[in-house]
Design a protein around this ligand. Structure first.
Ligand code: CA
Length: 219
């Protein structure tokens, strides 16, 4: 899944970016409100982490413009400590959740997991499809109770599909959601990863829907 990280404090942004990548997300970043607004208006993010105090354009205005333009991606805002009115205004502007600075990275990651699964109508952090399970908290994947070792790319691909069971996902959608903007994208790469992933999963788990893409099925 692909995240937009908007934070003007360079050190915090670097730390969060590293933690998000480690957690299996593709990450685009912006250090000001103007760039953030443009990226969020034009790229398909699975979630956004948005600091409210930003140079050039403040975070609330950025959020207001996205929502005004019909952008519905989950947005978690970062607010100043003890600023309850920022939280209220932020949520009323269209934020889905907030964290007050300073916060623990683990809490940010847990909230993002909740936001991205809720966006797909999923309540449990344990995703299941037949004998296949993916625990979004630990990143553990099992088939009939046996742990399956996946590379980070294979995991990202499977996690994206498992958040959308039964739905046809095109190669271009996968490319847009599994790689950051600066990544050299090639949709053939997706086919390679699907082939590798299939070898590690029960047969027919990832169905090819000719001309349309892939679908995760339980049988
Ligand atoms: Ca700031």
């Amino acid at each position: 899944m692909r995240i937009l990280l908007v934070e003007d404090e360079a050190l915090l942004r670097r730390q969060l970016r590293a933690a998000l990548i480690e957690a299996g997300y593709a990450v685009d970043e912006a250090d000001n409100g103007v760039d953030a607004q443009h990226l969020g208006a034009t790229e398909p993010y699975d979630a956004v982490v948005l600091d409210l105090g930003l140079p050039r354009l403040d975070g609330l205005t950025v959020l207001q413009r996205w929502r005004g333009a019909g952008r519905t991606m989950p947005v978690l805002i970062l607010t100043a400590r003890d600023s309850w009115h920022e939280k209220v205004t932020g949520i009323d502007t269209g934020a889905d959740d907030y964290l007050a600075k300073p916060f623990h990275t683990e809490e940010l990651l847990a909230r993002l997991r909740a936001l991205t699964r809720r966006a797909q109508g999923l309540a449990s952090p344990l995703l299941q499809c037949g004998e296949l399970t993916l625990d979004t908290r630990s990143g553990r994947v099992t088939v009939a109770g046996q742990v399956v070792a996946l590379t980070s790319h294979e995991y990202r691909l499977l996690a994206y599909l498992m958040h959308r069971p039964g739905r046809v996902v095109s190669r271009s959608e996968l490319t847009e959601h599994l790689y950051a903007q600066d990544f050299d994208r090639d949709s053939n790469t997706i086919e390679v990863f699907v082939a590798r992933l299939r070898r590690k999963l029960p047969p027919q788990t990832i169905e090819t829907v000719r001309g349309l893409g892939y679908r995760l099925t339980a049988d």
